[in-house]
Design a protein around this ligand. Structure first.
Ligand code: CS2
Length: 449
């Protein structure tokens, strides 16, 4: 028996009745993270306060997830993987799924529809580019907004970035603005679209065939669209909506005037810690986060990195106790039942490292501090690029470092790639020396002592 509307009543169903739930949200980037995060907040918001907030999700070009969901009437299971046991929840808020590159007009019409009030995005760090390929997330948004204007839809549209970038809403607003060919459209967008920034958090490893089997067994019907997530989840949203939106706060989201302290906390401690664990852990032969943090040397290194290099760059974070947050992170990473692969986290370092590790390094240096642990993690990334560079920027860094005769020369050459390191870090003697020390250490042996 395949999960779907036909199994409602036979298996534990979603918290809202998917039948008759109209679409009010368009989501770009139908990966596992959205389905394990914002979709649940939206479903819970509908369960608590109602509203026509079904989601139309668009994948960029992959048919796989769209077909699997179509065969299940949009229903799928979220496998919540606690340290002791698994639980499953069937989600029904996703009412439509399409492939952006194959159904561009349907997607444009959804964005233009008066019934659409919110657009959310999870398109990864690399999706925030201003190049003029119309198939990019920014191109899709502008085309939809153009159609919305042409259709005379005047209700405000909230465009909510959910990617791991500081000031993600502002960044997206700037890219959309820059992409607009005519000033009339840019003015119309400024008057009709909001771009709140958000901080999103939930660890969502890639789903395996075994995970789908477990979920199907727990659901009591075959689920080919399972996503896996840890029990923890957090969403902090800038309270900057002129129009309508789901009552996400009723689902546990925090709506705050300024998300910056939360962004810095999460990007530096969780994501920065993750990237350090990934590159150092891979060098030491580990495969998953739980394995890496069970390595006593790495665990001690991470505690030091968080406590003496990353946390000191944070100001107070309203309603959060940072010591507890840090302890919570170590517990989340240690969850032995989560197979969160270091390789997955290691992808895209050229985009990930600047906000996660380089920004705090700069601030630490400015205060006279020593980002030795950060530099060791960056050195591990450089080592990883020798075999795993992906994309033009990483290839540029790998090529710059290749053949350097000494760690000092390698550090010098890497830092010359200003698209990653800016113009300032190569001029900073302390940073350069620490990076060279890190490279020397890792060349001798992948030690983190
Ligand atoms: C990870 C994130 O892959 C990565 O770079 O650091 O995906 C991380 O798991 C999420 O941001 C957690 O919220």
């Amino acid at each position: 028996m395949r999960l779907g509307l036909g199994t409602l009543g036979e298996v534990a169903g979603p918290r809202v009745d998917p039948r008759g739930l109209e679409v009010g949200v368009v989501h770009l980037g139908l990966g596992a993270f959205h389905r394990a995060h914002q979709a649940l907040y939206t479903e819970d918001a509908v369960a608590a306060e109602g509203g026509a907030w079904g989601i139309c999700g668009a994948s960029r070009r992959s048919r796989g997830v769209v077909d699997a969901l179509a065969a299940q009437d949009g229903l799928y299971g979220v496998l919540e993987r606690g340290p002791e046991e698994d639980r499953v929840r069937v989600v029904g808020v996703l009412r439509e799924a399409l492939v952006a590159t194959q159904q561009p007009d349907a997607l444009r019409d959804r964005l233009a529809a008066a019934s659409t009030h919110v657009v959310t995005l999870t398109v990864t760090e690399a999706g925030y580019r201003a190049d003029d390929a119309p198939g990019t997330p920014v191109g899709i948004l502008v085309r939809g907004l153009e159609a919305r204007r042409a259709a005379g839809v005047d209700s405000p549209l909230a465009i909510v970035s959910c990617d791991n970038l500081p000031r993600n809403g502002e960044v997206l607003r700037g890219l959309v603005h820059a992409f607009c060919a005519d000033a009339g459209l840019a003015d119309w967008i400024a008057a009709h679209a909001d771009f709140p920034s958000t901080m999103v958090d939930r660890i969502v490893p890639a789903t395996t065939a075994a995970d789908r089997d477990v979920a199907s067994r727990l659901i009591g019907a075959r689920d080919e669209a399972t996503v896996v997530g840890e029990p923890f989840s957090q969403w902090v949203i800038e309270d900057a909506f002129r129009g309508r939106r789901p009552a996400w706060e009723a689902a546990g989201a925090m709506l705050v005037p300024d998300t910056r302290p939360y962004e810095a906390m999460k990007l530096r401690l969780l994501n920065g810690g993750h990237s350090a664990l990934a590159y150092l852990g891979l060098l030491r032969g580990h495969e998953t986060v739980a394995e890496a943090i069970a390595d006593p040397e790495l665990d001690a290194f991470l505690e030091r990195l968080l406590a003496s290099e990353l946390a000191p760059t944070l100001g107070p974070v309203p309603r959060i106790d940072l010591d507890r947050y840090r302890a919570g992170l170590l517990a989340r990473w240690s969850n032995p039942r989560m197979a969160h692969r270091l390789e997955q986290i290691g992808i895209g370092g050229a985009m990930k490292l600047p906000p996660r590790l380089l920004a705090p390094a700069r601030e630490l240096l400015a205060e006279g501090g020593e980002p030795a642990g950060i530099c060791l993690a960056v050195a591990a990334w450089l080592r990883r690029l020798e075999s795993a560079a992906r994309g033009p920027l990483e290839e540029e860094v790998a090529a710059a470092v290749a053949g350097a005769g000494s760690p000092a020369a390698a550090a010098e050459r890497a830092l010359a790639v200003s698209a990653v390191f800016g113009e300032d870090l190569r001029e900073n003697e302390r940073f350069r020396d620490l990076l060279a020390d890190g490279l020397a250490k890792l060349t001798a042996a992948p030690t983190v002592d």
